[in-house]
Write a protein that binds this ligand. Structure first.
Ligand code: E4P
Length: 232
């Protein structure tokens, strides 16, 4: 039977990470340059290194994905080595290709995994076929952006199902991460479709937990509890 890894948190917010870590429900963290920027990281390398090290330390030994900020091959290699040296639980996010396409990124993924012993999360993928190639190249994680797939009018669950079937058939060990969550329902649906990991925003996790009817029910229990055994 297939064993799923579980939920990752798609954020660089230390408070949110702590909040969900304390519930015992997260199994890793993913970041990207957009997330870091949106969550207020400044001061260039210094700011980025400080935050990524803090996250890695806080969740250790859970994995943390940190994405390269360049698409220039030498620069990506340099950054990958740098990130991996920040903490043992950091893995490096490399996009499947550059802004104009190309095969260089996948070559680097292969080299990082096989020659440099660095774990890679291949990111920004929109199809099962891209993920399959990344898995064949040796990536530890393959990240499918489910919400963006849906936004383009395709059914992300179909891509996840095809990918699951192919990775299993080829006996490839890559873990499927599905990210780009847009709705609470994405989380369960993507796990059911075959994801090993869903990386969700803190807001969606809260939406998964809190139900208006549960609130109403709890209110009623508390009111009746007061009548039953009044507490001063
Ligand atoms: C996944 O690892 C990415 O960080 C993320 O889920 C991207 O989502 P977006 O489409 O909201 O940018």
């Amino acid at each position: 039977m297939r064993r799923l890894t579980g939920l990752f948190l798609d954020t660089s917010d230390l408070g949110e990470i702590r909040r969900y870590q304390e519930l015992g429900i997260i199994r890793g963290v993913t970041t990207n340059p957009t997330i870091l920027l949106k969550e207020g990281i400044r001061d260039g390398w210094e700011g980025m290194e400080e935050r990524c090290r803090q996250i890695a330390q806080q969740v250790d030994p859970l994995p943390v994905s940190v994405e390269v900020t360049t698409n220039e091959p030498e620069g990506m290699l340099d950054q990958a080595r740098r990130f991996a040296a920040w903490a043992a639980n950091i893995n490096v996010k490399i996009t499947i290709h550059g802004p104009e396409g190309g095969t260089e990124n996948l070559k680097l993924v292969h080299e990082l995994e096989k020659e440099h012993n660095i774990r890679v999360n291949v990111t920004a993928m929109m199809s099962a076929q891209q993920c399959l190639l990344a898995a064949m190249a040796g990536a530890t994680y393959v990240s499918l952006f489910g919400g963006r797939v849906n936004n383009m009018g395709y059914d992300s669950r179909e891509e996840i199902r095809r990918l699951r079937e192919l990775l299993d058939a080829f006996d490839l060990p890559a873990k499927i991460i599905v990210g780009s969550t847009r709705e609470v329902l994405n989380i369960i649906e993507w796990f059911q479709a075959g994801a090993d990991i869903v990386t969700a925003t803190p807001k969606l996790l809260e939406g998964m937990l809190v139900h208006p009817y549960s609130k109403e029910t709890v209110k009623q229990f508390l009111q009746d509890g007061q009548r039953l055994v009044p507490v001063a």
